[in-house]
Ligand binder design. Structure first.
Ligand SMILES: Cc1cc2nc3c(=O)[nH]c(=O)nc-3n(C[C@H](O)[C@H](O)[C@H](O)COP(=O)(O)OP(=O)(O)OC[C@H]3O[C@@H](n4cnc5c(N)ncnc54)[C@H](O)[C@@H]3O)c2cc1C
Length: 420
């Protein structure tokens, strides 16, 4: 079969789009095949009210000024909210138990527990051990509940399923938000890439010299293939590899299963948060209802409520109405029952059953943090891999996906003997 293109890129999320742009810059040809009806993947914004956008996936340009999407937004004339990141710094995080803010002593004890837990995780990671976070922190502490909820949300998995090495290596401050949505920013940046939408890849045959990629709309032959789909898709077997992937690659995929963080956005007809209400809250009740809440998202009348891990999956299975009720209850826990009469509508996510990702992002199992390098490693000099799960330090982020796409494009260029 004659070769149609240098690189067949599977997926038009951030990593696939970044790779396409870099390959074009390097003078290589590519074809991007995207299974869904749109570009952006896990970067996706929806209008929760006219002119008010809510990000179902990534919302924070993590790291602030150093994030590559800051320069991209500036270039595209897209406004970022650069002036309020202090409200979201960890020292300004607010804690509420049973509807009451922690008093000074309780807050100090809570922060001490958080610091001790972070130190315990980084100590074992520093000793080269990779165990479960639950093995090294004091889960009986009276402030363990919000910490557990925070990990389940930030990692998408509960602490017994989170690797200390991966945790210790994670990115810090949240940074900036895009006023009209991070998803919209990604869509605007990616619109100049030619993408074949509604083109689901079913099979990759790499038995010959190059690759043949089969879709319901026909096959395409390339010199190499770049996979950017999530580990959820790779593990599902929806894409068949002929011959099958080597065991070390399958082990890497299985060591990095998808987590689930679900977001519920609630929009109100007025500012129910008050002048000082904007910021992040960890709340929990003795009945076990814990959540993280981002009040007044982008300074608007929206709250985002987050739950992850087993609780997030359970709530997702209860359906959108249960998610809506849970979210409104949590906002009422903080701002009082009066908020209920101001609710206009909500948007709820269902990432664990999202067919194009099967989860929110990859989370290394205890003992498996090293698998990110194996996930990224090419196979047979023609199967390349990129995406948020393939990077260290910025794993699970939009700019991590971006970096991985650029790196993969350069690796492919080197493989095909093209000078960067
Ligand atoms: C709830 C949530 C909150 C988040 N918050 C943040 C945040 O605040 N900041 C941040 O930086 N990051 C955040 N992230 C993470 C960030 O969105 C992702 O890391 C990033 O978008 C992943 O990009 P990717 O290119 O690796 O993968 P994807 O975006 O998943 O792209 C892969 C593409 O492959 C396509 N595909 C799948 N199967 C096939 C197939 N068989 N054939 C063809 N195409 C296929 C998919 O449709 C998708 O478009 C969040 C994610 C979620 C879910």
């Amino acid at each position: 079969m004659p070769v149609d293109t240098d690189v067949v890129i599977i997926g038009a999320g951030v990593s696939g789009l970044a790779a396409a742009k870099e390959l074009g810059r390097l003078g290589l040809t590519y074809t991007v095949l995207e299974g869904s009806h749109r570009i952006g993947g896990r970067a996706y914004s929806e209008e929760i009210a006219p002119g008010v956008w809510f990000d179902l996936g990534c919302a924070w340009l993590v790291g602030g000024a150093t994030n590559p999407f800051v320069a991209i937004a500036d270039e595209l004339g897209i406004t970022l909210d650069k002036n309020h990141s202090d409200a979201f710094k960890s020292e300004n995080h607010r804690f509420q138990r049973n509807g009451q803010s922690l008093n000074g002593d309780q807050r100090a004890a809570c922060l001490r527990f958080y610091n001790d837990s972070y130190e315990a995780v980084s100590d074992v990671a520093g000793q080269g051990q990779d165990v479960a976070v639950s093995d090294v922190i004091d889960i009986e502490n009276e402030f363990a509940e919000p910490f557990l909820c925070g990990v389940a949300s930030a990692w998408g998995r509960d602490i017994d399923l989170v690797s200390t090495a991966d945790f210790a290596n994670a990115t810090g401050e949240l940074g900036f938000q895009a006023l009209h949505g991070y998803g919209n920013l990604v869509a605007a940046w990616g619109e100049d890439v030619t993408v074949s939408l509604n083109t689901r890849v079913e099979r990759i045959n790499w038995s010959g010299h190059g690759v043949t990629v089969k879709t319901p709309r026909g096959s395409i032959a390339g010199r190499t293939v770049l996979n950017t789909v999530s580990t959820g898709i790779l593990a599902s077997g929806e894409i068949l590899f002929t011959p099958r992937l080597p065991d070390w690659k399958t082990e890497a995929i299985n060591g990095l299963p998808m987590g689930t963080e679900n977001k519920m956005g609630v929009y109100f007809d007025t500012d129910v948060f008050g002048a000082d209400g904007r910021g992040h809250y960890s709340i929990w009740n003795d009945d076990g209802n814990a959540a993280k809440v981002d009040a007044s998202v982008m300074g608007l009348n929206t709250a985002a409520v987050f739950v992850g891990g087993r609780h997030g999956i359970w709530l997702e299975k209860q359906g959108p109405q249960a998610c809506h009720d849970f979210a409104v209850d949590r906002v009422a826990d903080i701002f009082g029952h009066d908020i209920r009469k101001h609710v206009i509508r909500s948007i709820t996510t269902a990432w664990s059953t999202e067919p194009w990702t099967r989860g929110s992002w990859a989370c290394a199992l205890p003992g498996q943090a090293h698998q990110r390098a194996n996930l990224q490693r090419p196979v047979g000099e023609r199967l390349f891999f990129a995406g948020e799960a393939t990077v260290y330090g910025v794993q699970g982020t939009c700019h991590g996906a971006y970096q991985s796409g650029i790196q993969a494009a350069r690796d492919i260029a080197t493989q095909l003997h093209v000078e960067p």
